[in-house]
Design a protein around this ligand. Structure first.
Ligand code: FES
Length: 154
């Protein structure tokens, strides 16, 4: 009897062109790509696990560490950069006591930078989970994070 197919993969054919969509579904489920899922994807596709790693590590969109409850993604694209994104990033990391990108010790926040997210007219832009926040100032960042804290306390 063969291995049970991981339910997350049931909508896909085991074809190479589906590696990225499968990785995306896995990341949506777990917020990152857990190591054991690499093996499951490889088994499902009947290809070496190293090929799955190769694809996953090539694309910046995939994460390999668990994230915090909230993911703050500061755009580092050119439009955002010239309109103050570095200052926004510094404000976010200062407020959360992070040296740089990463997850806070309490596991509430993960901060990362991302390439242009396609809202350049709103630069500088940050997403909090799936929500886009544009024309950001440092004050906006403080207000947003204070609002999140209140929500997290409820
Ligand atoms: S450069 Fe930031 S949204 Fe395009």
């Amino acid at each position: 009897m063969g291995k049970a197919v991981e339910p997350l993969f049931s909508q896909f054919e085991p074809k190479r062109e589906n590696i990225i969509p499968i990785l995306q579904v896995v990341q949506e489920e777990y917020t990152y790509i857990p190591e054991q899922m690499m093996g499951k994807i490889a088994d499902f596709m009947h290809i070496p696990e190293s090929d799955i790693y190769g694809v996953a590590t090539f694309y910046a969109q995939f994460r390999f560490e668990p994230t915090g409850d909230n993911i703050l993604s500061v755009c580092r694209g050119t439009a955002c950069h010239v309109r103050g994104a570095p200052g926004i990033f510094d404000e976010v990391t200062d407020l959360l006591n992070l040296e740089s990108e990463g997850t806070t010790a309490d596991g509430k926040y993960t901060v990362e930078t991302v390439a242009c997210i396609g809202c350049c007219a709103l630069a500088p832009v940050m997403t909090i989970n799936e929500e886009v926040h544009g024309n950001l100032t440092k004050k906006d960042v403080r207000n947003l994070l204070e609002g999140k804290e209140k929500l997290n306390e409820k």
